[in-house]
Write a protein that binds this ligand. Structure first.
Ligand code: PEP
Length: 253
């Protein structure tokens, strides 16, 4: 890995005050790795306090698409996330696309709100199994990423992270082979290169989908895989740390 590895733990709708405290107490920084955790919104403040004076960075799992203040019941704005100490927010996760109808247009709006607040979007893209079997992987991921570039401008990607997460690999125990993942990562970087080579060269493209301690090293050996978005394994301190150590081992600076 030539770009500094980024490992993001997406806790999804898991945790409690006690569990979070224990999990965070078991994490420690790993050389050459930017480590990020994304707890549920209600725990952002307490996790932020516990991360004070550590090198672990806070992310949100979601952000409001419309406005920074106002009549948007139930929403949390990017400015509020910034005030809580978050530096990143995940957008376009397949669970949000699938269960909450998050479209490419909504994902782009969320990116704009994050940009206004100085937060970095972690933009998830990825195909379903049916789309893969129909040979539509590149069509789907390029549509998802181009929607961001068209609506937000290419410069947004200088502050963003892209996560390739094949939907069929999330929480299923099935991982894309390193070669299959690399093919999509290389395609995405090439797509960004058409707009801006410098941004493309510096862009972190994470892989997500059942990354575990025992498959991380082979994924990180691929030239365009710059880290991981980790779901289930991020709830187990030793697994998450082992993934971070695998990233450090593959970093060639
Ligand atoms: C995710 O939630 O982004 C994810 C990749 O989950 P898991 O690692 O559990 O497949």
């Amino acid at each position: 890995m030539s770009r500094k590895p980024l490992i993001v733990g997406n806790w999804k709708m898991n945790g409690s005050f006690a569990k979070n405290t224990n999990l965070l107490a078991s994490l420690s920084s790993v050389p050459n790795v930017n480590m990020v955790v994304a707890p549920p919104a209600v725990y952002l403040a307490s996790v932020s306090a516990q991360l004070m004076n550590t090198s672990i960075v806070l992310a949100a799992q979601n952000v409001a698409a419309e406005g920074q203040q106002g009549a948007y019941t139930g929403e949390v704005s990017a400015v509020m996330l910034a005030e809580l100490g978050a530096r990143y927010a995940i957008v376009g996760h397949s669970e949000r696309r699938q269960y909450y109808g998050e479209t490419d247009t909504v994902v782009a709006k969320k990116c704009l709100r994050l940009q206004e607040a100085g937060l970095r979007p972690i933009i998830c893209v990825g195909e379903t199994l049916a789309e893969r079997e129909a040979g539509q992987v590149e069509t789907v991921v390029s549509r998802q990423l181009k929607a961001i570039i068209d609506n937000c401008g290419i410069d947004l990607l200088a502050q963003a992270v892209v996560a390739y997460e094949p939907v069929w690999a999330i929480g299923t125990g099935k991982t894309a082979t390193p070669a299959d993942a690399q093919a999509v990562h290389g395609f995405l970087r090439q797509l960004v290169t058409i707009y801006d080579k410098n941004i493309a060269d510096n862009l972190s493209i994470l892989y997500g989908g059942s990354v575990k301690a025992d498959n991380a090293a082979s994924l990180f050996a691929m030239p365009d895989i710059d880290g991981a978005l980790v779901g289930g394994a991020s709830l187990v301190a030793n697994e998450f740390l082992a993934i971070c150590h695998a990233a450090n081992a593959s970093f060639i600076g």
